[in-house]
Design a protein around this ligand. Sequence first.
Ligand SMILES: [Zn+2]
Length: 97
Amino acid sequence: MIPHSELSFKKCFAVGCDETIPLHRLMCRDHWDRLPMRLRSLVLETQRAWDRGGPLQPYDIATLDAQLHIAQIEGRPEVASIRADLDRIAGAKARLG
Ligand SMILES: [Zn+2]
């Protein structure tokens, strides 16, 4: 049986990280602390906007940006595929104007 408290936890968004974190957070403390202030602010601002009924896409882009940053710092091979996802989403946004 799964303890009830585990239902409100998820995995850190950084590639390859198995840390469990509260649902409302994006990354574990270690990875979050490695993000530049610009990216942290962007994630939090777009998350707030989404919570208030705004579009999800800016938050998607911000979180992928953050994931890409960590993958680059750690020299992970997933960098290329994260960048492709980011281009696809950001590109769609650019086309929509
Ligand atoms: Zn992590």
